[in-house]
Design a protein around this ligand. Structure first.
Ligand code: EPU
Length: 426
């Protein structure tokens, strides 16, 4: 297994280009199952989860090529779908495989997806996806570890869906299913993440009739067929947020390029409360600088436009360097503080009480060997390593490879002393 070796203490300086959003690219790739025509997708990050999604679409019978369309990162042509199935081997490595359920069912009237199990950050059921598809007429059974779904007479029906709880991939699955269903679907209590809006923009290019994007109520008028499209996914707001923290925690001066400042509102507000200076220096540029002393600031993770749970571990790393008590409330996932115990091993002063973490800073972190437990936890540990004295070894970085494109190269280019050490096997 690969590891990262970090020598902390270098202020990061310079510019870093932000990649395309993994969590926009995944549903965009799944949406290509809705049409027999090619879908060309640009700005797709080269990360492990994208490779897994590409493998899954190819398993289903789609033709997936990289850099084949002019200037496209991915060109996906699902002219025929031979297996409307997401097998266990792929789903177990990436829960977002569930995103193929809605489009495959809408296009073919049948789909089979291995049930995703729990994961490090919580149980993460998919009941809301399934209940919503049932409201659209799907007959769903689970057997032998698989979700087996069928649309009577091969077509889903529009319906009124009110999500009991906001779900990002649930909203995306239903949007894609509704785009090819008979009649109108009303989705209430929908997620409002920028990745949802990006999917709506793509679906509209494909001929879908959708209104209300950006709000909690989406209206979809189903159409008979969808066409191919050309689409550039939005910048990754979580990667951008991670680099903002990297600049701030090291007392550096970083400028992020190719980012979308509008999507960074909650992160920037929190960093400002902590005393970090950020400024938008161009339409897609944000500069971050940090004073000598950071202040403690409380935060609660919420659905967009609130502070993202996917930024919580990174903020915790920053809070260990801020003066005073910072309370971090995690409201989205039940078990998303696994990085805290690793940060404590580095000398952080953190206590956990259920969904709440209390961080008392500043603590002089000392380089240690720590284990990454999930994608964003790994990013938090890398950030802690950047300010720790001596050498930090982050193990199990295959988690970080799922969602951060060339993170070692990007950090090194702005002055971090970080290297990847290749292990024997994963
Ligand atoms: N939930 C249910 N039932 C469902 C679906 C969700 O109870 O059927 C619960 C979840 O267990 C969780 C909450 O609802 O407690 C919200 O989950 P959501 O469905 O919104 O999460 P997701 O769609 O599975 C996406 C991102 C995650 C991100 C969350 C929250 C993708 C591919 N994944 O997951 O990203 O943390 O939304 O914003 O978009 C990451 O990139 O590291 C990552 C984990």
């Amino acid at each position: 297994m690969d590891k990262f070796l970090i020598k902390g203490g270098q202020p990061l300086q310079g510019t870093v280009a932000i990649s395309g959003a993994k969590n926009s690219a995944l549903p965009a790739m799944a949406a290509s199952l809705l049409t027999a025509e090619p879908v060309a997708l640009h700005n797709i990050p080269r990360v492990r989860d994208i490779i897994t999604m590409a493998k899954l679409l190819a398993f289903m019978g789609a033709h997936v090529s990289v850099d084949a369309c002019p200037a496209a990162d991915y060109c996906i042509s699902a002219k025929t779908i031979s297996h409307a199935e997401a097998p266990y081997e792929l789903v177990k490595t990436m829960r977002a495989s569930i995103l193929t359920l809605g489009p495959a069912l809408a296009r073919l009237g049948i789909a089979r997806v291995s049930l995703p199990g729990g994961c490090a950050i919580g149980a993460r059921p998919v009941d809301l996806h399934l209940n919503a598809l049932e409201k659209m007429g799907a007959e769903i059974h689970t057997a032998h570890g698989f979700i087996e779904a069928k649309a009577p007479r091969g077509r889903l029906q529009g319906g009124r869906i009110k999500f009991e709880k906001i779900t990002v991939t649930g909203t995306e699955n239903i949007l894609m299913a509704a785009a090819l269903a008979d009649g109108e679907t009303l989705i209430e209590n929908a997620a409002r993440e920028p990745e949802i809006t990006d999917l709506v923009v793509l679906l509209r290019k494909m001929g879908a009739k959708i209104s209300g994007d950006g709000s909690a109520t989406l209206r979809v008028e189903g159409v008979q067929t969808l066409r191919g499209a050309d689409h550039t996914v939005i910048p990754d707001r979580i990667e951008a947020g991670t680099f903002l923290v990297a600049g701030a925690i090291t007392g550096g001066d970083l400028t992020l390029l190719n980012c979308e400042p509008e999507h960074l509102g909650a992160t920037i507000d929190l960093l400002r409360k902590a005393g970090v200076v950020t400024e938008t220096t161009g339409p897609n540029r944000v500069r971050v600088r940090a004073p000598r002393k950071l202040n403690a600031a409380d935060v609660t993770t919420l659905e967009y436009p609130g502070f993202a749970t996917d930024m919580q571990a990174q903020y915790m790393a920053l809070a260990t360097q801020a003066e005073g008590y910072s309370t971090i409330n995690e409201t989205i996932f039940e078990n998303r503080f696994l990085h805290a115990s690793e940060m404590m091993r580095m000398g952080a002063n953190i206590s956990i009480d259920g969904h709440r973490a209390l961080v008392h800073g500043p603590s002089a972190l000392s380089g240690s060997t720590v284990q990454a437990s999930d994608l964003r936890a790994s990013a938090g540990l890398v950030l802690a390593g950047l300010v720790a004295s001596g050498e930090t070894i982050v193990e199990r970085v295959y988690h970080i490879d799922r969602g951060y494109e060339r993170i070692v190269e990007k950090l090194r280019a702005v002055g971090a002393a970080i290297a990847r050490v290749h292990g024997q096997s994963q």
